[in-house]
Ligand binder design. Structure first.
Ligand code: EPU
Length: 416
């Protein structure tokens, strides 16, 4: 069990450089399977989720080289074999392998994917996509066996703009015969990154980043490379840190349009942010007003930032609300924040935070990745020492978080 220990209340100044996006990388690695030749992925973040995906790829028979954030994958010796339950369960994105294997080898077998326990997270839309494209899906408990003689392009409507179902359908449709249309597709920047990678290999995908994506299937995909886009959730997390403790703190290597909703909400609350082409400069706000947040798919306010933002809301004057529309269980962090002195209330899908309240260092527990980030921010502003248990959740998605915060003046360390 890892612990992060923070001595709070230190001003932060300098630069924090944002790494490649976790949720892009987790889709780009399985996409490599579709290629007939070697692919290269650059700007890969150093996080444990990436390592877990690399392990699955190696288990399937791929050759992998990694050096300084650049991975080269040779998929030529991959076999479609069953992905055991203990591997499938490691992370949510493991099911992207099921789609890539179905797409290339016309069969795959794995178990219900894992991921942060923030809700039930069904996969019905992915299975609906497989069936629409002509695959047979056999469900036995939590085991899924999928196969097809032929995959044929189809018109698909997603019941909600699911990121996972959009990625999975893209992966299968890319090699299906004819044209597939994904209606009500997710519009997240990570979808554009994965579509660009597949197009670089010779796929024919149009409309990624909008709610209608058209894919014309191709037989073969050739050698290609892709750069992972900057992680907008990591960027947003450090922007929130800066809004509470920053003295000209620079968050660099960002795409401002990807964090627009957060920038606007922080400004609404009274934070001064100077946004430039690929970085922003943030100073701690003097008087922070309470705000209302409602989580939505991109370009709406991201669910992945509502937990880190909760700590910010403890410092705002008045009652702030968070309405979580995607996950039914993404408020566990508020119980931990309460231990540190915040005034919180949860009413089904809404969290209420009354501020400002000073926070005190305590022993708390990271129950999931973004909930863990919320507690890191709380530890940074709290008086005294905060110990965050189960910190491995945080390391799944934040590359070198301890080192990055130390660089700008935080008193933070990790004990493995
Ligand atoms: N949903 C269904 N059926 C489906 C698919 C989704 O009901 O078949 C529901 C989900 O239960 C949820 C909503 O639709 O209520 C959206 O889920 P989505 O499929 O978009 O989420 P995901 O693909 O499982 C990805 C990210 C999450 C992020 C969400 C939303 C990855 C690996 N994960 O999950 O990231 O919260 O999109 O933006 O890309 C994180 O990084 O901390 C994280 C949880």
């Amino acid at each position: 069990m890892s612990k992060i220990i923070i001595e709070g209340n230190h001003e932060l100044t300098g630069k924090i450089n944002i790494s490649g996006a976790k949720n892009s990388t987790l889709a780009l690695i399985p996409a490599a399977i579709l290629c007939d030749d070697e692919v290269t992925i650059t700007n890969v973040p150093e996080i444990s989720d990436t390592k877990a995906m690399e392990e699955i790829l190696t288990y399937l028979g791929a050759k992998l080289k990694e050096e300084k954030g650049i991975i080269t994958i040779d998929p030529k010796n991959i076999e479609s074999k069953e992905i055991p339950e203990e591997i499938s369960r490691k992370l949510r994105a493991s099911y992207y392998f099921m789609s890539a294997l179905l797409s290339k080898y016309k069969n795959a077998c794995m178990y219900f994917p894992g991921g942060c326990s923030i809700g039930s997270r069904p996969i019905d839309q992915t299975l609906k996509g497989y069936r629409a494209l002509g695959a047979t899906v056999i469900e036995e408990g939590n085991k899924y066996t999928v196969f097809a003689d032929k995959l044929i392009g189809a018109e698909i409507y997603l019941d909600m703009p699911s990121v996972g179902a959009t990625v999975n359908t893209l992966l299968v449709a890319v090699k299906a015969e004819g044209i597939t249309t994904i209606n009500n597709a997710a519009k997240e920047p990570e979808i554009v990154n994965i579509a660009t990678f597949l197009n670089n290999m010779g796929a024919n995908i149009k409309g990624a980043g909008t709610s209608i994506i058209k894919i014309e299937g191709v037989k073969n995909l050739h050698k290609a490379s892709i750069e992972v886009i900057p992680d907008r959730i990591e960027a947003g997390t450090y922007m929130i840190v800066a809004a509470l403790l920053g003295k000209d703190l620079i968050i660099e290597n960002i795409i401002p349009e990807h964090v627009e909703s957060l920038i606007l909400k922080l400004k609404e609350s009274g934070v001064k942010i100077n946004v430039n082409r690929d970085h922003c400069v943030i100073n701690k706000g003097d008087y922070l007003k309470s705000i209302k947040i409602k989580t939505l798919g991109f370009p709406g306010f991201p669910t992945d930032l509502q937990q880190p933002l909760a700590t910010f809301l403890t410092q705002c004057n008045g009652v702030s609300t968070i309405e979580e529309t995607l996950y039914e269980n993404r408020f566990k962090n508020l119980e931990q924040l309460e231990k540190m002195g915040s005034k919180v209330k949860v009413d089904v899908k809404k969290g209420y935070i009354t501020g400002p309240t000073p926070l005190k260092g305590k022993v708390v527990e990271a129950t999931d990745l973004r909930g863990g980030a919320c507690l890191v921010i709380a530890g940074l502003i709290a008086e005294g020492t905060t110990t965050i248990e189960n910190a491995e959740h945080i390391l799944r998605g934040y590359s070198n978080i301890v080192e990055k915060l130390q660089e700008v003046g935080a008193k933070i360390k990790i004990e493995q």
